[in-house]
Every structure is written in C-alpha cells, then in structure tokens.
Design a protein around this ligand. Structure first.
Ligand code: CA
Ligand code: CA
Ligand code: CA
Ligand code: CA
Length: 340
C-alpha cells in the first residue's frame, strides 16, 4: 500500500516536471550570439535567413506586440541583452506601438473599449491617454517627424480613410474621403507628405498625399508610386528620405520590397514563402525590420536594405508583430568582425 502511494507521488511529480518543461515561456531571450541561435532553428525556419546572417546587435529598445486569443501586449526589448519589459496588461489587442520622436511616449491602438482607439503611454507603460473616441476602428498610429501630430487610419465613416490629429487628439483632419480602403499611413521625413496604401484603382497601390487639408475625390491621391496587379501595402519612408519600403502580395506570397521615392527602381528583398510584411526602417536607414511567419508563428526579423544578413530578433511561441525603433537606435546591427 505504502509502495503504491510512493509510486503515485513519484509519477505525479514526474508528470508535473514534464508538463512544466512543455509550457512555453511567453518571451524567449534573444542570444547575443545570434549565429548559434540561428543554427539551432528548425530547417524550415532557415529558408529566408541568408548564410551570412551572423551579426551582433548594439543596444536598442525595440517595441513590438505579442499574444494570442485576443490578449496581445506591447513589449520593449533591449535587442542586445534580450531583456524584455511588458508595457500593457489587459485582455484586449494592444498593437501598432510606435515611438514618439523624443522617445518619451509610445502611441498604440487598442480595442479595450470594444472598438479600436489610438492612445499614448509613457515609455514605462504608465500615463495612458486615449486620443480617439468613436465607434470606428482607429488604428496604425504614425508620429509626425516633429512629434506634434499623429496620423492613423479609421473606418469611422464606413470605410477606411487616412486621418491626422494633434498629439493630444485634437484638430482631427480627414485626408482621404472616398469609398476605397485607404490604410497604413507613414510620414515623409520632412513631415510634408504622407504615404499610404489604397485600393483606389482596384488593387492596392502606394500613394502620396499632402497633410494639411481635406481633399475631395481623386485630388488626394497626389502621386501614385506603384502600379501593378498586386497588393502593395504597409509603406515606410526611409529616415534619410531616399527610399520607400513596403510589402507586396504576389499571388499568395507576401514579400518586402524597396523602391526609390519616385516609385522607380523597385527591388524585392525577401523571397521565401512566409508572409514578410510591414517593414520599418532603422533610424540610420541601414536596416529594415519586419514581421514574418516561417514555421507559422510571426516573429520579428531584421535585414540589410538589400535583403542580405537577415537575422531573427524574437523567438516567441506566440505571434509577435509590429516592430518599431526609437530614433536613437543608430548602428544597431553589425556583422561579426566589425571593428570600430
Ligand atoms: Ca474607435
Ligand atoms: Ca476611404
Ligand atoms: Ca497594386
Ligand atoms: Ca514571403
């Protein structure tokens, strides 16, 4: 009887240990020896990682979000040390975090009150201020380069349009106003224009518009940068003003592309079957981060602007998306052997 009891206790303990080992941690630390980490990845994950993806990372606080089942939180990760700080903690989708130019605040969008609203918070997650309050989904905030305004898209009038407001939520200006799906605004570095994606001509193209006044009908689509049969979305203007990155879906494969600001010289940077999307530039315009789902889970990646030296930054068990760097993150990624 006693023996059976001991066996049961031992078996229960072993089961607990096995189960504990199987529960994934929410966030896995990135090893600064990324080459070794990359070498450990399943083969399927290596399809888009170049052979030369061996680098070191300088200190830089990357924001992103991660989660599942409706509860997504915003994190800051020191990409050199791998230290992660969680900024939000509720049951809603908290996403699209972007740094203010002075790096004191983070704008984001959350559906805490049922539909999505734009809010700002301090860099430690405190002092949350809700900026929008309507029944539409207000998402994808983008700080103006001077930090005084925030662009976003919203379907508050029935379809998605591009809006700009002051950083305290006042003085909302609707920039686009037609039935097309106008989404994903990003600022030009001089703060004079906004690029965005729209299906205005039937499929998604990248357009440029001005920022000051509401314009009617076709006038708002000042300049069309792409013109093809594919879905071009998620544009991001390089901080040095020279290029625009975006993602494009050709048949069923989504990849990152870069073009000159006049829409010419389009170059494809990723080729693998995973969904490589929503590129964001490092502040020195030398690298592009994005989220991708090799192995079916989205994680954050970074690469050179020619697509080389791709490196995985997060190794999370739940989808992790929307990377954004604060402006002070310069020279964040250096190939091994780099000498100062
Ligand atoms: Ca709303
Ligand atoms: Ca519209
Ligand atoms: Ca297109
Ligand atoms: Ca792809």
């Amino acid at each position: 009887m006693k023996k059976t009891c001991y066996r049961m206790i031992i078996c229960t303990l072993m089961l607990v240990i096995v189960l504990a080992a199987c529960v994934p941690s929410e966030v896995t630390r990135i090893d600064s020896l990324a080459a070794e980490v990359v070498a450990e990845l399943p083969e399927a994950w290596l399809g888009e990682v170049s052979d030369t993806a061996m680098g070191s990372l300088q200190q830089c606080n990357l924001t992103y979000n991660s989660g599942y089942d409706g509860a997504w939180q915003i994190y800051i990760m020191d990409i050199n040390e791998g230290n992660v700080t969680q900024l939000t903690d509720d049951d809603s989708y908290n996403g699209f975090p972007v740094w203010s130019p002075d790096e004191n605040h983070i704008a984001f969008s959350s559906n805490r009150d049922g539909d999505y609203e734009i809010s700002t918070m301090a860099r430690d997650g405190s002092n949350v201020i809700q900026l929008t309050d309507d029944e539409g989904d207000d998402i994808y905030p983008a700080w103006s380069p001077d930090g005084k305004q925030i662009a976003f898209h919203s379907d508050r009038d029935g379809d998605n349009d591009i809006y700009v407001m002051d950083r305290d939520g006042s003085n909302v200006v609707q920039l686009t106003d037609d039935k097309s799906d106008d989404v994903y605004p990003a600022w030009s570095p001089d703060g004079k224009h906004i690029i965005f994606s729209s299906d205005h001509d039937g499929d998604y193209e990248i357009y440029i518009t001005g920022i000051t006044t509401k314009q009617d009908s076709d006038d708002v689509y000042l300049e069309q940068l792409t013109d093809n049969d594919f879905a071009d979305r998620g544009p991001a203007w390089s901080p040095d003003g020279k290029r625009i990155a975006f993602h494009s879906t050709h048949e069923e494969n989504t990849d990152i592309y870069v073009m000159d600001v006049d829409g010419k010289n389009v170059r494809r940077l990723t080729t693998g079957e995973s969904i490589d999307s929503f590129p964001t530039w490092s502040p020195d315009s030398k690298h592009i981060a994005f989220h991708s789902n090799p192995g079916d889970i989205f994680n954050i990646f970074i690469m050179d602007t020619d697509g080389r030296n791709m490196m995985q930054l997060t190794f999370n068990y739940h989808d992790s998306e929307w990377p954004a760097f604060p402006p002070s993150c310069m020279d964040i990624f250096r190939p091994y052997g780099f000498k100062q």
